[in-house]
Write a protein that binds this ligand. Sequence first.
Ligand code: PEP
Ligand code: MN
Length: 348
Amino acid sequence: MPRMLLVLKPGCSDADRRRILDALAAGGADVREVPDLAVPVLAVTGDLERLRDVALEVFPGVAQVVRVAKPWTLASRSYRADPTVVRVGDTLVGGPGRFTLIAGPCAVESYDTLFETARAVKAAGADLLRGGAYKPRTSPYAFRGLGLEGLRMLREASRAVGLPTVSEVTDPRHVEACVSNVDMLQIGTRNMSNFDLLVEVGRSGHPVLLKRGRDATVDDWLLAAEYVLSQGNPKVVLCERGVRGFDPATRNTLDLAAVAVVRAKSHLPVIVDPSHATGLSAYVAPMARAACAAGADGLMVEVHCRPTEARCDAAQALTPEAFAALVADVRRIHAAMRPPAPTPAPAS
Ligand code: PEP
Ligand code: MN
């Protein structure tokens, strides 16, 4: 794939063309002319690092320079053909034939509600327990989570009910505490482009659940994954949670096509969060079923033992009973889909 396209002016002289080709060759790039176009276009490949500061736009004969965004490589299917399987505690995420269910409250609020909800989601068939201890909130006056105390509660709940845990990390300074208390680090939508945080969770080597930024393209999202992977941490699971749309009928717009796109372009597992995507409990199950049929590797669903009392995202929280019904539906849908190919070994 070309890294840069140079559109030349129709009347570009041979001398001007020579100067452009010499500059590209001096920068170590490979060039070929794209055939059969109405205007001359040069496709430039290779390592363009040395050409970064060369102002090709001002060369006589150049009409336009189109730089192709730096491609993500470690996240791509061409780097790794087999689907990645990520081990989280004793649970696996990704790979054919597997559908992983992550469930729990939006926030860890108290010992009692966390334990009650954890037991209920475990009984309904969840594979992983979620719960936010560091809550990124739009308003500084809203409940922002119990912090370290919340992480410790998650650790105890994990032991008590026998589920691995995932919790959001919002600050590079909290990575260590999160690693020692939970099994998977979540990067929330607001922090998908917090590159220092991505590097830090990459260095930790801990499994990472990387949510899609609410204004991120699939390429932006995969480049964020590349930050983690390039630190030598292959344990990345992607999570589509809706992007900002124009319609307030739902909190966000669930982009299920992105699941198919990621599946085609990347080897990383991709799950769907229908709770934040829709913002209303009535829409969670239909979108969960659709996500399963679209080929997602699992779901993350917000569940609260008493949704009306939830301190965060109450409107989208499912009751344990509603979650159990959803689990039964998606398990049936998943079983009806094409039989799985042999499962590859987990990333290490
Ligand atoms: C969450 O999962 O609790 C959360 C805050 O999600 P998001 O970052 O997708 O809004
Ligand atoms: Mn939430």
